[in-house]
Design a protein around this ligand. Structure first.
Ligand code: NI
Length: 175
């Protein structure tokens, strides 16, 4: 079956503030969902997407931080991802989010994280991520806990971005 693009929710939306529930046993429905999320992410284009961003409140994220077009893509599907350990050393990246279009801000996070998850075949995986991959996986796992990258910013900056998004949503609703 061909993967299908799903509409991405735009902040502010109550579904983006919810703590998502763990995925129980893997099913074909969940694999279809993961494939749809990858399709949606690549089409956006983006480097990560979490299930709540398409209105599904389950612990599932997808990511692919391979930047160069010449390199092989590396789509990762993570069910119930968990950060096992984080480095004391931090990294600053300018982050964006498909649910907060065209807004970017610097966020400080641990530079290296070790993550455990269940893959698309239901197998347990564990891997250490560094650099952009580490930032991206932390950003996506935040989504599963109802947290957006703007929640890492100072309140004034966060409010400014939220107001811009409210305006964008009003404009889109009128169009
Ligand atoms: Ni995001």
């Amino acid at each position: 079956m061909k993967a299908m693009k799903r509409p991405i929710l735009i902040h502010p939306d109550p579904r983006l503030k919810k703590v998502c529930v763990p995925v129980p046993d893997l099913s074909d429905d969940l694999r279809v969902l993961a494939d749809d999320m990858l399709e949606t992410m690549y089409a956006a284009p983006g480097i990560g997407l979490a299930a709540p961003q398409i209105g599904i409140l389950q612990r599932l994220i997808v990511l692919d931080c391979v930047k160069e077009d010449d390199d092989e893509p590396r789509p990762l599907v993570m069910f119930n991802p968990e950060i096992i350990s984080s480095s004391g050393e931090t990294n600053v990246y300018e982050e964006g989010c498909l649910s907060i279009p065209d807004q970017y801000a610097e966020v400080t996070r641990p530079k290296v994280v070790e993550v455990e998850w269940m893959d698309r075949d239901g197998k347990a995986q564990r891997e250490t991520f560094d650099g952009l991959w580490a930032t991206c996986v932390q950003h996506e796992i935040d989504h599963l806990n109802g947290k957006l990258f703007i929640d890492h910013l100072k309140p004034l900056k966060r409010q400014m971005i939220t107001r811009k998004m409210q305006k964008l949503k009003r404009e889109r609703a009128r169009a």
